[in-house]
Design a protein around this ligand. Structure first.
Ligand code: 3HC
Ligand code: NAI
Length: 690
């Protein structure tokens, strides 16, 4: 039974009991409809609805999307509630989201606990509210507030909701008691039902301006714009017609690849940290952390650890470096304070008590887990790990943040390889959500479990990765980056490549991204790999030449672009070096349309991701999707590279790869897994389920 019916005198009560989040699946909808009918039939004078467990209804049951809908449908249940002849009170707590908020909007009175959060996140799933949210919310709160909530999908807190007219009361009591007390007060004053749909048609706003602002942020995502259309309908159409329009938009979005991609991303994020081999493995207790190296990454990781409420000791090489590391961390904490993420007291405690910085490695002896983030140089890593092994307490876990180096080799520098793993953070480490947990040949399950537990504590999305050059994300990145370079060698301008990929939904194209990260990083990596180069590999020289001219990107004012403040423009020097490179190779440049640029870039990405899955570096396709989504700015509405491949059709992608291979058989050798899936008529998603 998902909805329990009970009575308290002449008040009927419906308690939702569908753990974990009281999603509005078919049984819950049926329970609500039946419960209301029973309350009315029994002559109850008011109805209170609340949720058992951690929340009120957190939305429609997303797992039902894409399947044939089963009655009763949520809009009908909402209509029945709104039309009830007795006052209906929503007594809410937890996360009141999507269809959950729409049920509340169909009740006549809305009250909540102070830490309740309320929102309509449907656009983040590629949809719009489909049970009246776009019609009722603007009637209740005004159009501006409705636009802000619905097009962003971001929830607001109870205080804000009260101020916006969404809640009638905020009070700290158990939801059932809160609802009953409110119902009794209503009955005492004989308050009538109060349907939101009967409120006057809301005043329109400048929808053209709103559309322009929303489109700019949406970067090609359709749902926020579609939501605006539905809200506009609330200002021009009678309620019932507005509802019909909302429903039509909702149903058409349900069929889109964007909806499929976004829902895949939602579940993939939650699936990635579930490792069958860790089911009965307890992580080690981690109460204090050590970090070695306080540069870009060490300082960012220290910040993330402090923000999660853990103490950290950071080791640097010299007093100057230690001071610089402390300043970086303090600046990060100041930023968190400014954005309201931490209080003054927390800021002070983190800065002055939880963080210690020094040059004496003996201070690391109390740490339960130590993360190394020193220079990307095996000799330095060797020195550091040999020393860490000596000073770290017995049972302490040693992690490396290396981007490319061999974690197994690093583990062998210690006498405790079972306690060594890679914890690969992304820059800026206190902001980026991805954490690759790199599992070496000797890494013990308990060590892996501890890495995942730490990720959760730091609110990161953890993905298991095997050992190879670049693990999951950087390995795939190296490959599709090359496809971009090849197109530039063959005639595309870096600006055309960036524009095409920004059009696809990336926040930044690969050349702008290189400029941001610093072109010297990739340069150093090319030098490292040079001795092992495969002669058939096409590696352009222009990027090396740019670095030789000390044009490292944003930090030196020029790279592929020129920078003045935040404005970027084309860099003629970069173009001249590209021309020189083409001429030296006897290449006659040809034109590339945006469509071809995207097709080649994505084919390279999919092909390498398929190889990474085929080799077991990523356990499942969804792990590669999650890595690209949370670490590399892959547009969420495409779902990740392998979901995108499924949606395009694997045959289509493989055919393209075969065509591209006619010119460069080495680079475009197709991944065996991709070939096999096409042969078997299967998708990457089939592997996620197995
Ligand atoms: N439907 C089905 N399952 C859901 C769900 C939903 N709406 N929301 C959460 N779940 C599942 C999760 O997949 C997870 O399952 P698992 O344990 O098997 O992995 C479990 O519930 C717990 O979820 P979280 O791990 O995310 O728990 P948190 O406590 O971190 O977060 C939450 C809770 C804030 C409710 C978060 O789960 C969330 O944001 N859920 C989605 C809410 C949402 O988007 N609602 C709108 C749906 S669309 C809609 O309502 C359409 C309507 O307009 C018609
Ligand atoms: P960085 O050069 O900014 O910082 C390295 C720091 O380590 C310096 O402050 C240096 O003083 C310190 N250091 C060097 N040897 C030391 C020792 N023996 N003891 C104590 N401190 C020492 O480098 P960055 O960018 O922070 O990179 C660190 C590691 O993280 C590298 O392995 C890198 O590959 C990896 N990484 C870098 C990313 C990035 O975007 N910069 C992303 C993910 C991983």
């Amino acid at each position: 039974m998902s909805i329990h019916y009970s009575r308290d005198g002449d008040i009927a009560i419906l308690a939702a009991d569908n753990p974990p989040v009281n999603a509005l699946g078919q049984a819950v909808r049926q329970g609500l409809a039946d419960g209301l009918a029973r309350a009315v039939a029994e002559g109850a004078r008011a109805l209170v609805v609340y949720g058992e467990g951690r929340t009120w209804f957190a939305g429609a049951d997303i797992r039902e999307f894409g399947k044939p809908p089963v009655a009763p449908f949520l809009p009908d249940v909402c209509a029945q509630f709104e039309a009830a002849p007795i006052p209906v009170i929503a007594a809410m707590h937890g996360t009141v989201l999507g269809g959950g908020l729409e049920v509340a909007l169909s009740c006549h009175y809305r009250i909540a606990l102070p830490d309740t959060r309320l929102g309509l996140p449907e656009v983040t799933l590629g949809l719009i509210p489909g049970a009246g949210g776009t019609q009722r919310l603007p009637r209740l709160t005004g159009v501006d507030r409705a636009i802000a909530m619905i097009t962003s999908g971001r929830p607001i807190d109870a205080g804000e909701a009260r101020a916006a007219g969404l809640l009638d009361q905020v009070s700290a009591r158990a939801p059932r008691d809160l609802g009953l007390a409110y119902a009794r007060a209503l009955l005492a004053k004989e308050a009538p039902p109060r349907p939101v749909s009967a409120l006057p048609t809301p005043e329109p706003v400048d929808f053209e301006a709103a559309r322009a602002a929303v489109a700019k942020k949406a970067r090609g995502q359709r749902s926020p714009i579609a939501a605006l259309e539905a809200i506009e309908a609330a200002t021009t159409l009678p309620f019932a017609e507005g509802l019909a329009q909302e429903r039509a938009i909702f149903q058409s979005l349900m069929q889109t690849d964007q909806r499929k991609g976004l829902i895949h991303a939602f579940f993939a994020e939650r699936e990635a940290p579930k490792l069958p081999e860790l089911q009965n493995v307890a992580p080690r207790e981690v109460a204090a952390l050590g970090i070695v190296g306080g540069g870009t990454m060490g300082a960012g990781i220290a910040t993330a650890v402090l923000l999660a409420g853990l103490p950290v000791h950071l080791l640097e090489m010299s007093d100057e470096a230690a001071d610089a590391a402390r300043s970086r961390i303090t600046a990060n904490l100041d930023g968190a304070l400014k954005r309201g993420k931490i209080s003054d007291g927390e800021h002070q405690q983190m800065r002055d008590t939880a963080l210690t910085v020094g040059t004496d490695d003996g201070a690391l002896s109390t740490a339960d887990l130590i993360i190394e983030a020193v220079f990307e140089d095996m000799a330095v890593k060797e020195q550091v790990f040999a020393r860490l092994d000596a000073v770290a307490k017995q049972g302490a876990i040693l992690a490396t943040n290396t981007s490319y180096l061999d974690v197994d080799a690093i583990a062998r520098f210690t006498a405790r390889p079972e306690a060594v793993l890679g914890l690969h953070f992304f820059s800026p480490a206190h902001v980026m959500r991805l954490l690759e947990v790199v599992v070496g040949a000797a890494t013990a399950p308990e060590t892996v479990a501890t890495g995942f537990a730490l990720a959760k504590r730091l609110k990161k999305v953890a993905v298991r990765a095997g050992v190879c050059d670049g693990f999951i994300g950087n390995r795939i990145l190296q490959h599709y980056r090359k496809a971009a370079d090849h197109m530039v060698l063959d005639g595309a301008s870096p600006y055309a490549v960036d524009a095409a990929l920004e059009g696809f939904g990336f926040a930044m194209g690969p050349f702008a991204m290189g400029d941001l990260a610093g072109l010297d990083i990739a340069w150093a990596n090319r030098k490292r790999l040079a001795p092992h180069l495969e002669p058939r590999e096409r590696i352009p020289s222009y990027a090396d030449w740019l670095c030789e001219a000390e044009q490292f990107g944003q930090k030196s004012g020029a790279g592929f672009y020129r920078y003045e403040g935040r404005a970027r423009s084309e860099n003629p020097e970069a173009l001249a070096l590209i021309d020189k490179d083409r001429a030296a190779r006897g290449i006659t440049p040809r034109a590339f349309e945006a469509e071809e640029i995207v097709a080649r870039y994505m084919a390279a990405m999919v092909n390498e991701a398929a190889r990474v899955v085929g080799e077991g570096i990523a356990r499942r396709p969804l792990d590669a999707d999650v890595a690209l989504l949370f670490g590399y700015g892959f547009p969420r509405y495409h779902g990740g590279p392998l979901k995108y491949a499924d949606l395009q059709g694997l045959g289509t992608i493989l055919d393209r790869i075969h065509i591209y291979a006619e010119d460069d058989a080495y680079f475009w050798a197709s991944a065996p897994l991709l070939e096999q899936l096409v042969r078997d008529g299967k998708s990457f998603d089939d592997l996620n389920k197995s």
